[in-house]
Design a protein around this ligand. Structure first.
Ligand code: NAD
Ligand code: TYD
Length: 350
């Protein structure tokens, strides 16, 4: 396949690009603006590979997007480029509307134009389970759960999902959509829970837990997600949505403990000393209590399911962060571990 991956210099996108080029032998063009969360360092493994090329393009720039698509002539676009962090969306929602909504619209329009000359072309829109809102103690999200996004991030992703669906229904563009749960693994930007806790535990810094820490997320290892995306892009039914998840619900406070145990295992650091770093801090505004995913559709129709054991996945991830300190230090200029997304600060500024 010839695959154009947007957001391919980010966390999930770079795992996808490595898999497509190195494991599958696909020809890939990575299209990425290289925002704070995107880096060519994440693509070192394919830097000199003849089957990979890179284009620094903003997905909101229609002309640049069109010329990139026309020059590369892909069989599929896998669209991952996005502003991806809930806390940043609280501090500054504008970028989320621009990239996630207007950027996706721009990608869809360019794809629609291109698809008129290229039969068999397909557009995969990668999204999140957060569009479904928050669950109570029981229940799971299915593909028919009504949308009820609570954060500017999830609202902007919901908007982009609706656009992708509409471009299929109205224009007949071959679109498939995935809504996935929380990912973890190597190369995740350290503003997110798992890398943040890992680095703070290793470096003996406070570990911030929002509220009571009993919020539940479903966690999926990034490489399992990548395999799921490939199944959907190859075999998914046009216009269909597929939920992807890890069948692995955990409370945040339990995640912190699992990471501490993994750090202790790899470094010999004292568990109790690391536990004393845990600080319960003010909760996130609009914090969703629980996410859980029903993956029956993708399992039955496309034969995909997660395979990585969570404790094993966390041990691998922690090992990666220990072994890649220069990567982490390189990011400290753009993000130094500070708390993001506190309404208090916004109110003070008003
Ligand atoms: P990330 O923040 O690590 O990477 C995003 C990438 O998009 C970066 O390389 C960035 O430079 C690029 N980008 C941002 N704005 C751009 C623009 N205007 N033009 C071109 N490129 C731009 O995010 P991630 O965690 O890898 O998420 C990738 C996708 O998967 C997103 O669409 C996200 O909504 C979705 N998703 C993420 C998770 C998760 O747990 N991380 C879960 C479900 C779905
Ligand atoms: P995050 O990794 O930001 O992903 P998302 O908000 O998309 O689920 O956060 C995961 C969970 O961890 C979420 O419930 C918020 C919580 N959290 C903390 O308790 N402390 C932190 O420092 C961060 C970044 C997140």
């Amino acid at each position: 396949m010839k695959v154009l991956v947007t957001g391919g210099a980010g966390f999930i996108g770079s795992a996808l690009v490595r898999h497509l080029v190195l494991a599958r032998g696909d020809q890939v063009c990575t299209l990425d603006k290289l925002t704070y969360s995107g880096s060519l360092t994440n693509l070192k493994a394919v830097e000199h590979h003849p089957a990979h090329q890179f284009a620094q393009v903003d997905i909101c720039d229609g002309q640049a997007v069109r010329s990139c698509i026309n020059d590369f002539a892909p069989d599929v676009v896998m669209h991952l480029a996005a502003e991806s962090h809930v806390d940043r969306s609280i501090d500054g929602p504008g970028e989320f509307i621009a990239t996630n909504v207007v950027g996706t619209y721009t990608m869809l329009e360019a794809a629609r134009e291109y698809s008129q000359q290229h039969s068999g072309f397909r557009f995969l829109h990668v999204s999140t389970d957060e569009v479904y809102g928050s669950l109570g103690r029981t229940g799971t999200f299915t593909e028919t759960t009504p949308y009820a996004p609570n954060s500017p991030y999830s609202a902007s992703k919901a908007g982009s999902d609706h656009l992708a669906r509409a471009w299929h229904e109205t224009y007949g563009l071959d679109v498939v959509i995935t809504n996935c749960s929380n990912n973890y693994g190597p190369y995740q930007f350290p503003e997110k829970l798992i890398p943040l806790v890992t680095l703070n535990a290793i470096n003996r810094r406070d570990i911030p837990v929002y509220g009571d820490g009993m919020q539940v997320r479903d966690w999926l290892y990034v490489e399992d997600h990548v395999l799921g995306l490939c199944q959907v892009v190859e075999k998914g039914r046009p216009g269909r949505t597929y939920n992807l998840g890890g069948e692995n619900e955990r409370a945040n406070i339990d995640i912190v403990q699992t990471i501490i145990d993994a750090v202790a295992l790899h470094t010999g650091q004292d568990v109790q000393q690391m536990q004393s770093l845990i600080k319960h801090v003010d909760d996130r505004p609009g914090h969703d209590r629980r996410y859980a995913i029903d993956i029956s559709r993708v399992r039955q129709e496309l034969n995909w399911q997660p395979t990585t054991d969570f404790e094993q996945g966390i041990r691998q991830t922690v090992r990666w962060y220990i072994d890649n300190q220069p990567w982490c230090e390189g990011l400290s200029e753009v993000y130094a571990g500070q708390r993001l997304g506190q309404l208090k600060q916004l109110q003070k500024g008003r």
